[in-house]
Design a protein around this ligand. Structure first.
Ligand SMILES: NC(=O)c1ccc[n+]([C@@H]2O[C@H](COP(=O)([O-])OP(=O)(O)OC[C@H]3O[C@@H](n4cnc5c(N)ncnc54)[C@H](O)[C@@H]3O)[C@@H](O)[C@H]2O)c1
Length: 384
């Protein structure tokens, strides 16, 4: 029986999709900072993409960015609305810091432009609802940038749950984090409240949440008891060459929560940009027929930390089935952009839909709200 279970998890050979180059998609980039580099590097190599416009609030930043990447004739702006009003676009990548995700996405959708929105979706659940309202009104495609979804090992988690091997899921423990790793690659955009909006919780917590919630079909979150702290972010010694960043730190560097999901499922979650331990533990998914252990993972890189194991019972014996790591050369970032562009060209649906990520955002938002009042709260998602 263990063999049968293993066979069910053999990798599918998926055919490579052909990309028509007859119509070039006119693409713009909003926010030309760090992650925009990954977007332009992939778009540049796509035969059916023409990068025609870019915007960044910082004067000259967009121009320098496109010049650095050797992309000529790109119209550059200091305001995303000027860009949207001046250039005909099929799609934009919203690569701004979290606090401006909502306005840039809503304005683009209102102009009839398809949007690839970087993660996390936004800062608050109210913003997420406004984004989805704009999306529905526009009829355009909005995909949220969770590239680990395209990793075959991550897909395997969902396949295992869907196979029924675990039975009914009732408890999940997930999260992760870094011993030290508060992101300040180019300044304070991740750690200042006005730009980052949320800290570790949104930045990397959203990935851990997506890994498990996607696997179980994104049930609605009902209540949350959340905790957040900022012990490391507020210390000048955390930032070797920039002690002044401690002053700017206005978000969480650690968060934990106990969340009740529809269907009687419990989600036990913790995430850290910094903590005095190497890992807060493996991800475990407990079901009535089996338990799955996913070794502690840098899930933001789309990786599991080692072979996963299913713990189950066979003929009265407690046995374990190892799920071998699937070796892959899939470029996750390219896959996320390609799937978005294909959906536009083929009239498909969003590869990573906002309807799912709404619940991800609602949990993040709920953790912050519960932490602020110091008790469990109901998760309130406004009507869309
Ligand atoms: N998918 C991934 O692997 C990944 C990795 C890193 C960051 N991110 C996400 O990407 C986003 C950006 O991160 P980053 O590291 O590039 O930040 P960054 O601070 O380096 O760049 C953001 C840029 O957006 C610009 N900007 C902000 N609001 C704007 C607006 N309204 N119009 C035009 N420009 C605007 C800023 O001036 C800045 O240049 C964040 O939400 C982050 O979570 C995703």
């Amino acid at each position: 029986m263990a063999g049968d279970i293993l066979n069910r998890f053999e990798e599918d050979q998926t055919e490579e999709k052909k990309v028509g180059t007859d119509k070039k998609l006119r693409v713009g980039i909003i926010g030309t900072g760090w992650i925009a580099e990954a977007h332009i590097a992939k778009y540049k190599n796509m035969a059916d993409v023409e990068i025609v416009a870019g915007a960044d609030l910082i004067p000259g930043k967009a121009e320098a960015f496109f010049e650095r990447y050797g992309v000529p004739n790109v119209k550059c702006f200091e305001s995303h609305t000027d860009m949207l009003n001046s250039v005909e676009l099929d799609a934009v990548s919203v690569c701004t810091y979290n606090a401006t995700h909502a306005e840039c996405t809503i304005d683009s959708l209102n102009k009839g432009v398809n949007v690839m929105l970087e993660k996390p979706m936004c800062v608050t659940v109210e913003e997420a609802v406004e984004i989805i309202r704009a999306e529905r009104k526009s009829g355009k495609i909005l995909s949220i940038g969770f590239q680990p979804r395209f990793d075959p090992n991550m897909k395997k988690i969902k396949e295992i749950v869907d196979s029924g091997a675990l039975g009914d899921i009732y408890y999940i423990q997930t999260g992760g984090g870094r011993r030290r790793g508060i992101p300040t690659p180019y300044g304070t955009s991740f750690i200042a409240k006005e730009t980052g909006g949320i800290g570790a919780l949104g930045d990397i917590g959203c990935y851990s949440l997506d890994m498990v919630l996607n696997a179980i079909g994104y049930p609605k979150p009902l209540t949350v008891s959340g905790y957040t702290s900022d012990f490391f972010g507020k210390r000048p010694e955390t930032y070797k060459n920039h002690p002044e960043y401690a002053e700017a730190f206005g978000v969480d560097d650690f968060a934990a929560a106990f969340v009740r999901l529809e269907g009687g499922i419990i989600l036990d979650f913790r995430i850290a940009w910094a903590m005095n331990i190497d890992t807060p533990g493996d991800t475990i998914i407990l079901g009535t027929e089996g338990g799955l252990r996913i070794p502690s993972t840098d899930c933001w890189n789309g990786s599991v930390g080692g072979a996963m194991k299913i713990y189950h019972e066979v003929a009265g014996s407690q046995v374990e089935t190892e799920i071998p790591i699937i070796k892959t050369d899939i470029d996750l970032f390219e896959a996320k952009l390609r799937s978005f562009l294909d959906a536009i060209k083929e009239g498909g649906t969003a590869p990573i839909p906002s309807s799912e990520i709404l619940y991800n955002q609602a949990i993040i938002d709920g953790i912050g709200k519960s932490a602020a009042v110091g008790r469990e709260i109901e998760i309130d998602i406004p009507e869309i």
